[in-house]
Design a protein around this ligand. Structure first.
Ligand SMILES: Cc1cc2nc3c(=O)[nH]c(=O)nc-3n(C[C@H](O)[C@H](O)[C@H](O)COP(=O)(O)O)c2cc1C
Length: 350
């Protein structure tokens, strides 16, 4: 079995032929409901929706939902997975203080975002902007490590741009600053999502590191995850967009039937309704629904109806209609196709 050792946690792959797989932090996606669903399918480290260090403790409903770590209680009991809360900010004191709050709220790991390429985040000197000033980056890591007792991890990219790739220096410096692991999205900040992720840098980071390296970028199906480990030796594979479309990837499955997808979709919508209220819950499930029913052509009236349903009753009826028409139908392609992955990246926050 593959194992990811993260401070005191030993996270073990679902089966011997699969790597340890982790759910990437994703704003607008990584809520308590989706995390638990992914954990049940085999994700071992659950990324969240990132929170701005400045917003922690602001009393808003938005921050309360983003820091609802109630699912961590389940992971604590069964011991197979852990919740990694993610924080971003432009000030080491604020990040460290925010990390203390996240730990008090139940985070089992605190992850610091040093990769976000969204202008509104970077303009303020947060996220990927840190890759241009590694002293500042290391201060934030060191202060956070000193402030909390849970493991502190770092998620970053290869460097600012192609002419300033500094991931190897980042690896050396964050491990010296006390980071327990580093997740590497194998693109530069300036690249955002353009071009292919260059996994060769994950391999070089792995060779340079004493701490675990979690590989990330363009794992669209189960075979990609295995290939990433073969090619890079990384300790775990982090999956973002493909998990939105196919959370079964964590169980080592690219293909699921309509019957399975309809059942999961309905369960997810019901849990989301309990989490956020029916209208908001159903609405927020739509980004997944659009992917679960992607075998229906874009203009298909049933697809449109599923994606505009606003109550659980309506959605349940439509999903039933969809799946009973061909319950054993599987998707034409295994995993997420590259065009759909590009569409999901477009406008994504990091
Ligand atoms: C909708 C969406 C939201 C994201 N939000 C975050 C985030 O909050 N923090 C973060 O570090 N990365 C975020 N990312 C980036 C992913 O964690 C991941 O690094 C990236 O999508 C590459 O992995 P993939 O090819 O498996 O999707 C987000 C990506 C998407 C698609």
């Amino acid at each position: 079995m593959a194992t990811l050792q993260l401070g005191p946690y030993s996270l073990v792959s679902v089966t011997p032929d699969l790597p340890v797989m982790t759910l990437a932090p994703m704003a607008g996606v990584g809520n308590a409901v989706f995390r638990l669903l992914c954990a049940r399918l085999g994700a071992r480290l659950l990324g969240v929706e990132f929170v701005n260090a400045r917003n922690l403790g602001d009393g808003s409903r938005r921050t309360a939902l983003a820091t609802d770590f109630s699912d961590a209680a389940v992971y604590r009991v069964d011991g197979q997975a852990v919740l990694a809360a993610q924080i971003y900010g432009n000030d080491a004191d604020l990040i460290a203080a925010g990390a203390v709050r996240l730990q008090a709220l139940g985070a089992q790991v605190v992850d610091i975002n040093f990769g976000c390429s969204v202008p509104r985040v970077m303009r303020k000197g947060a996220g990927g902007a840190y890759l241009r000033d590694l002293d500042r980056l290391c201060t934030a890591v060191r202060q956070t490590v000193e402030a909390v007792t849970v493991p502190v991890t770092v998620k970053t990219r290869l460097g600012w741009d192609h002419d300033s790739i500094n991931i190897i220096e980042v690896v050396h410096r964050v491990q010296d600053a006390g980071a327990a692991a580093i997740a590497v999205h194998a693109r530069t900040v300036c690249q955002q999502y353009q071009g292919a992720a260059d996994w060769s840098w994950i391999g070089r980071a792995r060779e340079a590191a004493r701490i675990p390296v979690i590989g990330n970028g363009d794992v669209l199906g189960v075979e990609d995850a295995r290939r990433m480990v073969r090619q890079t030796g990384c300790d775990a594979v982090m999956v973002g967009r493909a998990a939105m479309a196919n959370p079964w990837i964590f169980a080592g499955r690219d293909q699921t039937t309509r019957r399975e997808r309809a059942a999961l979709a309905m369960d997810q919508a019901e849990q989301m309704a309990a989490f956020k209220g029916e209208r908001a819950g159903v609405r927020d499930t739509r980004k997944h629904l659009a992917l679960y029913v992607r075998d229906l052509p874009p203009r298909d009236p049933l697809r449109r109806a599923i994606l505009t349903a606003s109550t659980l009753a309506e959605l349940g009826h439509l999903l039933e209609q969809w799946q009973t028409a061909d319950p054993e139908a599987v998707l034409p392609t295994a995993g997420l196709n590259a065009a759909t992955a590009r569409r999901l990246a477009w406008g994504s926050p990091t």
